[in-house]
Design a protein around this ligand. Structure first.
Ligand code: FAD
Length: 447
């Protein structure tokens, strides 16, 4: 999303600049073809309150965007009102109490930079320009989230405008059911969050990156090794494999082992990534770099300038799996064989999360995570490339236990994203707080 400049205004479909304002809200350069009736670019709480009241009076459904990084462009619907919150991007840090208060339009990189100055940390999204609003609501698989928890677990309060046109605060003790829903309902939340209160963490003393690269011919050996060692990888190591047709260093089709580490010392970090240096398949690698000290900011910007290019038409899809790797290997090989040109990529993530989490809407995760990001550039169209992510996830459906809302594709491929009991509770809360269905529901779901 292009950070909105100047004072926000209301733009009606048909006005000059309507399409530019609408499509400018989206990181994904795809034009979904959908058009709301009007866009309200909010400057403050009062604008949000009057927009919600106006939508209610006019019978318009509401879509919301903060940073506009929904791959599915969930905020852009046909008809209704789009409330653009990108200007609500304030950051206020109370270091003594370890709390940050942020607007939903604040970007991951901006919050990280502000916290770094005070040696504080929050598990923000991996790419600099992701909006904190949508990221926090869907769960938030941020930096070091296997160790620090999902980002939504560190949301201790919200200020939210509800369908009845009131602004309320929610915390563990005040309107706790709204906080419960805000921790994981993502694009199905039924209110406009205008502020988040975040519990901050101590900043890790050492941040670094371990890299190893293999040619794609070694896919089966690499995946089998990764799956085997995954459960024993320390929680403060993000162990991920990326299939890329322009893999770093070899500039051809390969698998990048990318392992960011956040530790108390270089020594601790080095010991934690030793399993890569000492792996039984290390001799198959084209190269292995030593553990490099790299700032989070560099990794955030680096990832975005290589894997997550803007001005790209993206389709993403995902699945959580508990299946062991062997039956998946033929499907992974087909994914690699049909993989479109970079920046399209496949991500396999070792998750192996904790046995329990606090009670919240977020309630579905698995042993490993697979996400496909199909990214097309220029104006050329290729149907197979455009549906690469969706088609392969459909084909692997039997292995899926559900998806992450971070990489949802519910409009094209409805899937489970929450435990059934949590979804039923969320539906009941929606009926209570938004009885007339003012806020857009998920783009697709399984009953
Ligand atoms: C390049 C890139 C990198 C990413 N990296 C990560 C990552 O590391 N970890 C991760 O977990 N996810 C990641 N994501 C996914 C991302 O977190 C989600 O798409 C998230 O929704 C983005 O938040 P946003 O505010 O930018 O998006 P938006 O598109 O603005 O929001 C998505 C949806 O959330 C709802 N919403 C947003 N703000 C509000 C609000 N204030 N009140 C009520 N509802 C609201 C709306 O329904 C909206 O349609 C990434 C996405 C991209 C494009």
């Amino acid at each position: 999303m292009k950070r909105s400049a100047g004072s926000g205004r209301t733009i009606t479909k048909g006005d000059a600049g309507f399409d530019a304002a609408l499509l400018g809200t989206s990181f994904n350069a795809q034009d979904p073809g959908r058009r709301p009736a009007l866009i309200v670019q909010a400057n403050n709480d009062a604008d949000v309150l009057s927009a919600v009241r106006q939508a209610r009076d006019l019978g318009l459904k509401i879509g919301i965007c903060s940073g506009g990084h929904s791959w599915a462009q969930n905020h852009i619907r046909d008809g209704g009102m789009l409330i653009d919150l990108s200007r609500l991007n304030s950051i206020s840090i109370n270091a003594a109490e370890g709390i940050a208060t942020i607007g939903p339009g604040c970007l991951a990189g901006e919050l990280n930079a502000a916290l770094a100055k005070q040696h504080l940390f929050f598990p923000v999204a991996h790419a600099y320009t992701v909006g904190m609003g949508g990221f926090l609501l869907q769960g938030g698989f941020g930096w070091n989230s296997r160790a620090s928890g999902l980002a939504c677990q560190s949301v201790i309060g919200i200020d939210v405008v509800l369908a009845d046109g009131t602004l309320v605060h929610a915390s563990e003790t005040e309107n706790p059911e709204l906080l419960w829903a805000a921790r994981g309902s993502g694009p199905g939340f039924f209110g406009v969050v205008v502020r988040f209160y975040l519990k901050l963490h101590a900043r890790p003393k050492f941040v670094g990156l371990k890299i190893q690269v293999f040619r794609i011919q070694h896919l089966e050996a690499v995946m089998a090794w990764a799956d085997r060692v995954g459960p024993s990888v320390p929680a403060f190591v993000e162990f991920q494999l990326v299939f890329d047709r322009r893999a770093m260093g070899i500039f051809s089709h390969g698998i990048q082992v990318l392992a960011p580490v956040m530790a108390n010392s270089w020594r601790e970090a080095k010991a934690a990534v030793d399993f890569i240096d000492k792996s039984p398949i290390r001799n198959l690698a084209s190269f292995t770099l030593p553990l490099l000290p790299v700032s989070l900011e560099m990794m955030m910007k680096g990832g975005e300038s290589t894997l997550f290019l803007p001005n790209t038409r993206w389709t993403a899809d995902s699945m959580w799996m508990n299946t062991p790797i062997d039956p998946l290997l033929p499907a992974l090989r087909r994914i690699a064989d049909t993989q479109p040109a970079a920046p399209s990529h496949a991500l396999w993530l070792n998750w192996n999360g904790p046995a329990t989490r606090p009670d919240m809407a977020f309630s579905l995760e698995g042993r490993t995570y697979l996400a496909l990001y199909g990214g097309l550039r220029g104006s050329t169209t290729n149907t197979a490339d455009e549906s690469w992510a969706t088609d392969h996830m459909k084909a692997m459906q039997a292995h899926s236990i559900g998806i992450q809302l971070a990489d949802e594709n519910l409009g094209r491929r409805p899937a489970h994203f929450m435990a059934p009991a949590n979804l039923a509770r969320l539906d009941a809360l929606r009926t209570r707080f938004d009885p007339d269905g003012l806020f857009n529901p998920y783009m697709g779901r399984i009953a």
